[in-house]
Design a protein around this ligand. Sequence first.
Ligand SMILES: C[S@@+](CC[C@H](N)C(=O)[O-])C[C@H]1O[C@@H](n2cnc3c(N)ncnc32)[C@H](O)[C@@H]1O
Length: 339
Amino acid sequence: MSDDPTPDQIMEVGLGFWASKTLLSAVEMELFTELARHPESGEALRDRLGLYIGGILEMANQRLYRFWGGLTEALRTGQLQNEAKSGEMPFFQALYADPARLKGFLAAMTGLSHGANLAIARQFPWHEHETFVDIGTAQGDLAVQIALANEHLTGVGFDLPEVAPIFEDYVEHNGVQERLRFAAGDFFADDLPKADVLVMGHILHDWSLDEKRKLISKAHEALPEEGALIVYETIIDDDRSKNAFGLLMSLNMLIETEHGFDYTAADCMGWMTDAGFSRTRAEPDRAGLNGHRREVAARARTPASGADCYARPGCTREHSRRPGVRLGLQEPSVSKGKP
Ligand SMILES: C[S@@+](CC[C@H](N)C(=O)[O-])C[C@H]1O[C@@H](n2cnc3c(N)ncnc32)[C@H](O)[C@@H]1O
């Protein structure tokens, strides 16, 4: 049987925005908000599962839909296409200046990551370790789920200072404040807190290759012997032929960030090895919590310290892209956004 794409499949991708825009408009018209009002099970379910992702969809409709109109230009020039292009205040700068909006956004991140967070909290061999730090913790759902599932652990949520009250509220709400604390810092400017295990969820794809490597090296420095680094996000399959969502996510990074891109598990494990980690592995998402997205986890350790890379399908190899196309690597960058 031929593996060539069928006309139907090509149309499905080419017109994929139809389904997307329908969902986004339903969110804009508060259809799901109304549905959630009665019967009561909608909100109860949302509270119980912490799965509200409307904030991300609202952002997709209000911002990304518009900016994706610049995709062709981004592919031709490599330039980002968001507010920065027209000189407006950068989205994340405005977001971090407004605590209420920031809280809504970070709660929406929880909705997106919750399934993977549960899987990591249950699947990783936490019994071999005592302490962990979640780098770029946002509301702190991963740290909370790890603490809830592993009573012997204590942990730290590391993020920018504006995030502290949002993290602390969430941790207290979940009753794990005795074992979790917040540490404020900038992961480029400051040393990472030391712990047995470091986790980076949806962090690396925001940054250039040099910045990715720098963060992985800083993690290596912060870990003890037999420590571990876990990286998870939308990982692209190694031959870059199956996980369309991971490739699309990389296009979104092209539109939204100066030099960010998604990557394969093989890429990630290579960077870990280069940073000094001696053992790496990638794992599929056994919990299957992310629908069609194939979850992958890679884990790395070294005699001197270790790393783990949990990831969801994302891009690029060190072979680069064609000139102007920012799907692969770019020259070193020192940009410091707040994705
Ligand atoms: C895309 S969110 C990921 C949140 C969470 N780890 C998850 O997977 O749902 C990126 C997080 O990194 C944090 N962040 C961005 N730049 C940072 C920096 N320079 N230092 C520390 N944290 C930063 C943001 O505040 C945000 O919480």
